[in-house]
Design a protein around this ligand. Structure first.
Ligand code: PHE
Length: 466
């Protein structure tokens, strides 16, 4: 049942697809958001529930998404429409992907704000390296409060925030405008291997120099009493965010996959790599933070404030700091590229525009929202767009977009995807695409039909109303 009307390029190989998808999954979500969320939600209980969510919910949903894309061979809403059409089901189901495309656009807008902070810290460490030289720690002779003050200092400078934000977005637009093989695939194939080398080096370094034991105990000691509805919703939201789910991104990448790619196996590799990086990121960041006697619950400040203080005490601190933020930059770029690609593919196929034109339109929209997010740290700090909803009371523009996408759009998109793939789409069509046999296939079916939609609905309601 090959779909007709193919309008786009394909990945040049299966490994290119895997690198691009892992590139999408591994990003600020692993390095910045995961340790922050784990720390804010009490460590062990959050982490173990997170792993549970990845295996039982994230992985089945991931396979469902790439499968829809591969069958449809088009932008996400059009792919859902084609699966629906080939299953004699209402084409209106494409709404689930339209919502996803919109959510990807929202995430892109604030993701590039944080991408801008990463660029700022690259600059900070380069200038530190130039000033103090290679040996010794970072920020020689500067007080901890001073180093911690770098981030609020940046936040206070609205112009710089906006500039860095738009700069990061512009780099993202450059690669998406170049297309699948010479842009998106290029960044993944060159940057992801460099990322992994740097990442392993820093993790090993952190394990030897930091307080590894305390970090392991903190991340993996399960305390049931800490597992509240809110913690569970935060963990599911983080699992989706980290695996790039519920926002049409993986559908879009699945559409560029060839017919002979085994999607079941590929999804396993993507989820495995992403989760490994999140765990190792926790095991790299927390030992360093604990060794420096800093608090685990610093939240978003953990990567940007606590870690640089810890680099101060380390041999070769400036160089390690620079390597760390360059690595995070690479990971963030391969993710922002996928966030931009989902809406761009939709706009250029739907309105029959040239790819660069569509990239520009979507990019300008993300720039406008990005400016509001950047300013929510300074001039617009008191603007709470959804203050009438208790969950988002006193939440600024940036945090509102983060919360709404991870806690509403992603779980709702995933629930609809499961119902669509599990109950609406033609079973034969699904079987032909998923690359699973026997017990694995049966397990996946049960997860998608029953476990995922029910568990997600309960967690969503518990998190919102409990
Ligand atoms: N998964 C990416 C990260 O962890 C973020 C992302 C979310 C990318 C949704 C694409 C779609 O940083």
């Amino acid at each position: 049942m090959a779909a007709t009307g193919k309008t786009h390029e394909n990945w040049s190989s299966r490994s290119a697809f895997i690198l691009a998808a892992v590139g999408s999954a591994v990003g600020l979500g692993n390095m910045w958001r995961f340790p922050a969320e784990a720390g804010e939600n009490g460590g062990g209980a959050f982490v173990l529930f997170y792993i549970f969510c990845v295996l039982l919910i994230g992985l089945p949903v991931l396979l469902s998404e790439v499968l829809i894309g591969r069958h449809g061979q088009a932008n996400a809403p059009e792919s859902v429409r084609r699966v629906a059409r080939d299953s004699n089901a209402p084409e209106g189901w494409s709404i689930l992907a339209s919502m996803g495309v919109f959510a990807a656009f929202l995430i892109l807008s604030f993701y590039c704000v944080v991408g801008g902070w990463v660029v700022y810290y690259i600059g900070v460490f380069i200038s530190d390296l130039v000033q103090t030289g290679l040996a010794g720690g970072a920020f020689e002779g500067r007080a901890a409060g001073d180093i911690e003050g770098l981030l609020p200092g940046l936040f206070g400078n609205g112009g710089l925030m906006v500039g860095l934000n738009l700069g990061f977005l512009a780099v993202t637009m450059f690669f998406v405008a170049r297309g699948v093989s010479s842009g998106i695939e290029w960044v993944a194939v060159y940057l992801m291997p460099i990322f992994f080398v740097l990442f392993l080096g820093i993790t090993i370094y952190g394990a030897f120099t930091g307080n590894f034991g305390e970090a392991v105990a903190y991340l993996f000691t399960f305390d049931f009493s800490k597992l509240t509805g809110e913690v569970m919703l935060a963990a599911v939201g983080q699992a989706f965010f980290s695996l790039s789910l519920g926002v049409a991104g993986m559908m879009t990448y699945g559409a560029y996959a060839n017919r002979d790619t085994n999607l079941g196996e590929t999804s396993g590799i993507i989820a495995g790599a992403d989760t490994m990086v999140a765990m190792l990121a926790g095991l790299a960041i927390f030992p360093i933070v604990f060794a420096a006697g800093l608090s685990a619950s610093a939240g978003p400040g953990l990567m940007f404030q606590s870690l640089p203080i810890a680099f101060q005490a380390m041999p070769f601190g400036s160089l390690i700091g620079l390597a760390f933020f360059v690595m995070v930059f690479f990971a963030a770029l391969t993710s922002s590229v996928s966030l931009l690609e989902a809406p761009t593919a939709y706009v250029f196929e739907k309105f029959k525009l040239a790819r660069p034109v569509a990239t520009l339109i979507v990019g300008l929209g993300a720039a406008a929202l990005g400016v509001l997010s950047s300013l929510s740290f300074n001039d617009m700090a008191e603007f709470y767009p959804l203050s009438f909803i208790p969950l988002f009371a006193e939440t600024n523009f940036f945090d509102t977009l983060d919360g709404v996408t991870a806690k509403l759009f992603m779980p709702i998109g995933a629930i609809l995807t499961c119902i669509f793939v599990g109950w609406i789409a033609d079973a034969k069509l699904i079987d032909d695409e998923n690359g699973l046999d026997g017990v694995l296939h049966q397990t996946w079916r049960v997860l998608v039909r029953f476990v995922c939609p029910i568990a997600l609905t309960i967690i969503l309601l518990a998190g919102l109303f409990a």
